[in-house]
Design a protein around this ligand. Structure first.
Ligand code: IRN
Ligand code: FE2
Length: 593
């Protein structure tokens, strides 16, 4: 490992966090190093953890193309004049709106695609027994055997979403044998934000731990916004191309066609989009199944395709042209995210005929994509009451032969707008525990408005909790190490280390300081919850000290005798007050005004 702090301006969320690398041969995997109070020497070595923020980049220059040589070194891709050249704006010109106006100063590489007749997807290599640099990078990052990576990708149980035109991205893997991943959605709509702000949101989301980011931008400058995001993104970028296709026909779903859609997809493949949501499972005959639902069709893409099917009374063109889509995706190694256009949007609609009919079709399409060696994940709900959550992932895993499941929440109740990051994180934890590979975050603004920066952070941190809780429940090797390090810091009253090891150090520290702001309180052997005399952790430490336990703490605030006297006094007080744990109510609230 090499400390490497000077070469980039880094995006850290705490002064104790620094960029470092795991190294193996020519591979360098960025990690976050968390410095701890290591006295006496060796007691608390630095903690090294998975990092999604990459090395950090200057928005007008983008990231270095980490994988460019890996891709060209395989000798199976060619550069060509892409569709971007036909567009009036190649996407790299300038930030045209918003406060920051700047010229693109980074590289302008030509798009690449597979040489005719060659298969270049990670799934193709995996099936052929070839171990790519991408697979080795992932194995180092996940701390697992590279053969596990190769075999899971070959079997379709995991994907490495890595468009060859997004060489800036750091390979990562989505599959149930690996760490549970989270996705953050960003994207302007209409006039709300500038390109610079969207790049900033992507960097912000990855800084807090987003494993992938979906750009759901609509409106003007959609191509340029996406270009800047991709050039700066260390994580895979996903999109829903039907949104841009709809822009091209001025929002009239019935005016969409396969040709307009296909050209939009190729444009995005050339830019480097790593995975795309394709709502090919919304079949004409399934649409009536949603008629009696409480909330009908809530998926944006799903409602666009349902609208098209009804307007033309024809089968969904994404379904009828699916093989051509596979051929396009295969040329760039773009992965499918098969959209759940008929997901339930209310707990009352969960696990209904429409939802499960679509899932049957997504299973059929998964198998078809695999024939082209195209990587696939399958999207899932939505709004599902807690007791019906597990069935969703088990059914998907069985029907889709283990293809990674990627779910939106699910929200386990509908009654808490403003808190849907919480209602959905409950369902997300449950569904990930039983094998969902990636969780799409939900922010506090869900159902209410567009998330701002604070909401993005809250959504990401909340979903980090869900994903990590699922990793722990699954017994994922190594998942407990950070919990153990933080608990040890807590028990040893190393307050600063407790903050440093937490998902959101600044918030933890600020909350602590609200009650105990003074600097000595950060080394005090108690917290504000029980106070100096009755801190359970301090009592445990006193007992250890007395009877020769493992931890030797320096100064104790009070002797064991003094403390026991305190406990006796509290006990007497409690008994004298009637020994009621809960105080009886003053008056019966029923019928009260
Ligand atoms: C994830 C699982 N199910 C849906 N999602 C995400 O929801 C999807 O990937 C996209 O980012 C977002 C909106 O999708 P619809 O509403 O167009 O289906
Ligand atoms: Fe919803």
């Amino acid at each position: 490992m090499s400390a490497d702090l000077s070469e980039h301006h880094t995006a850290q969320n705490h002064p104790s966090h620094t960029l470092d690398h795991l190294e193996e041969g020519e591979l360098r995997v960025p990690v976050t190093r968390i410095a701890l109070d290591d006295s006496p020497e060796g007691a608390n070595p630095d903690f090294v953890t998975y990092r999604t923020a990459g090395p950090g980049s200057d928005p007008i220059r983008g990231l270095p193309p980490l994988r460019a040589d890996w891709v060209s070194g395989r000798g199976d891709v060619e550069t060509y004049q892409g569709r971007g050249r036909e567009l009036s704006d190649d996407g790299r010109s300038a930030v045209r709106r918003g406060a920051a106006s700047a010229e693109w100063q980074g590289a302008k590489p030509e798009p690449r695609r597979a040489v005719y007749g060659r298969r270049i997807t990670q799934m193709h290599y995996a099936k052929a027994g070839v171990i790519t640099q991408e697979m080795r990078f992932v194995a180092l990052r996940e701390d697992c055997d590279v053969e596990l990576v190769r075999s899971e990708v070959a079997a379709g149980r995991a994907i490495i979403p890595n468009n060859i035109n997004h060489p800036e991205s750091e390979p990562m893997i989505i599959g149930k044998a690996f760490l549970v991943k989270i996705n953050a959605n960003i994207g302007n709509s209409a006039v709300t934000s500038s390109i610079a702000e969207e790049v900033d949101k992507m960097q912000w989301a990855t800084r807090w731990g987003a494993d992938t980011v979906m750009d759901l931008s609509t409106g003007d400058d959609i191509h340029t916004t996406r270009e800047w995001i991709i050039r700066n993104s260390p994580v895979p970028i996903g999109t829903v191309p039907i949104y841009q296709a709809l822009e091209k026909v001025n929002g009239d779903a019935s005016a969409l066609s396969w040709e307009i859609f296909r050209d939009t997809v190729i444009e995005q493949c050339e830019q480097g989009v790593d995975y795309m949501t394709i709502h090919a499972g919304v079949l004409l005959r399934y649409v009536p199944l949603t008629a009696n639902r409480v909330t009908g069709i809530v998926s944006r893409g799903g409602s666009i395709m349902a609208g098209w099917c009804l307007a033309h009374h024809q089968e969904n063109f994404l379904y009828t042209h699916f093989d051509e889509l596979c051929e396009i995706f295969a040329q760039y190694d773009v992965a499918f995210s098969l959209g759940d256009g008929l997901r339930p949007g209310a707990t009352a609609d969960a696990n209904d005929a429409a939802q499960f009919a679509e899932l049957d079709t997504l299973a059929e399409l998964t198998a078809r994509a695999w024939e082209f060696d195209v990587q696939v994940m399958v999207e899932g709900p939505g709004h599902i009451p807690f007791h019906l959550v597990r069935e969703n992932v088990e059914r998907q895993q069985e029907l889709c032969k283990g293809a990674p499941f990627y779910t939106l929440g699910p929200l386990v109740t509908d009654i808490a707008p403003g808190y849907d990051h919480v209602t959905s994180a409950i369902g997300a934890t449950e569904i990930a525990r039983y094998g969902t590979a990636m969780l799409c975050y939900v922010t506090p603004k869900e159902h209410l408005g567009l998330p701002n920066k604070d909401d993005v952070k809250t959504g990401v941190v909340t979903y980090k909790i869900a994903a990590h809780a699922a990793d722990l429940a699954k017994g994922h090797p190594g998942a407990h190490l950070r919990d153990d390090a933080l608990s040890k810091a807590r028990f040893e009253f190393r307050w600063k280390d407790q903050f440093s090891l937490s998902l959101d150090p600044a918030t933890a520290e600020a909350f602590h300081d609200e009650t105990l702001p003074a600097e000595p309180a950060k080394t005090a052997h108690f917290c504000s919850m029980c106070g100096p005399k009755f801190c359970s952790m301090r009592i445990s430490q006193d007992i250890r000290a007395e009877f020769g336990g493992a931890t030797e703490q320096a100064t104790l605030v009070a002797s064991i005798e003094e403390m026991q006297a305190g406990l006796r006094a509290k006990s007497a007080e409690f008994i004298a007050a009637g020994a009621e744990i809960y105080q009886p109510r003053e008056k019966d609230p029923i019928g009260a005004p």
